[in-house]
Write a new protein. Structure first.
Length: 182
C-alpha cells in the first residue's frame, strides 16, 4: 500500500512539473528550439498571493527530477533539458531579481561546464548589493572564485539561502527547506 501511495505522489508531482512547463510555453522543449532568438518569457516575481504555489512548484520540480533520475539510474538523455535545468526552471519564480530569475530559466544555455558559474555570477550581480550583512562569501569581492564543482555548489548554496531568506521571508524559506528535505 505504501508503494502505491508513493508512486501516486511521484506521478502527481511529475504531472505538476509537466503542466507548469506546458503552461510556461514548454521552455526546454522543441518550442524553444523553434525560436532560438527569442528569450523565454520570465515569470513575474513572486507575489505574496502566489508564494505558496511557487514554493510548491519548486519542491515538486525537485522531487520529480529526483524520482526520474532514480528510475532511469542516471542523468537526462542527450537532447533533453538537464535535471538541473528542470529544477532551476521550476524554482525560478522564487527569485525576485530578474537577472537571477532569467539565469535559472536559461540554465542549459551555457556549455555544461559553465552553467553553475553562470547562475552564480548572475545572481551575485543581481543580489549582493541588496543582501543584508553578514553577506555570503560569494559577495566578498576579495574572495577568489570557486575552483571546482563542489566549491561552486557550496558558494551557491550559501548565496541561494541568503537570497531566499530575503525574497521568501523566514516562513517561506522554512517551508521550502522542509519540502526539499533540508
Amino acid at each position: 500500500m505504501n508503494r502505491i501511495f508513493t508512486a501516486a505522489v511521484v506521478l502527481i508531482a511529475a504531472a505538476l512539473v509537466v503542466w507548469i512547463a506546458l503552461r510556461d510555453g514548454g521552455a526546454g522543449t522543441h518550442a524553444s528550439a523553434a525560436r532560438p532568438s527569442e528569450p523565454a518569457p520570465a515569470p513575474a516575481a513572486t507575489t505574496p498571493r502566489d508564494l505558496n504555489a511557487d514554493i510548491d512548484a519548486c519542491i515538486a520540480g525537485a522531487k520529480s527530477v529526483a524520482a526520474r533520475r532514480q528510475t532511469r539510474g542516471g542523468p537526462a538523455a542527450p537532447g533533453e533539458p538537464s535535471d538541473s535545468a528542470v529544477v532551476a526552471r521550476a524554482c525560478a519564480p522564487l527569485f525576485r531579481e530578474p537577472a537571477c530569475r532569467e539565469a535559472h530559466l536559461h540554465f542549459d544555455d551555457p556549455p555544461a561546464d559553465g552553467r553553475s558559474q553562470a547562475v552564480l555570477g548572475a545572481c551575485k550581480a543581481a543580489y549582493c548589493d541588496k543582501l543584508p550583512a553578514p553577506k555570503p562569501r560569494a559577495c566578498d569581492p576579495g574572495q577568489p572564485p570557486p575552483e571546482d564543482g563542489l566549491a561552486t555548489f557550496q558558494t551557491w548554496d550559501e548565496l541561494r539561502h541568503a537570497i531566499w531568506k530575503r525574497d521568501l521571508g523566514d516562513a517561506g524559506l522554512a517551508r521550502l527547506e522542509e519540502g526539499l528535505g533540508r
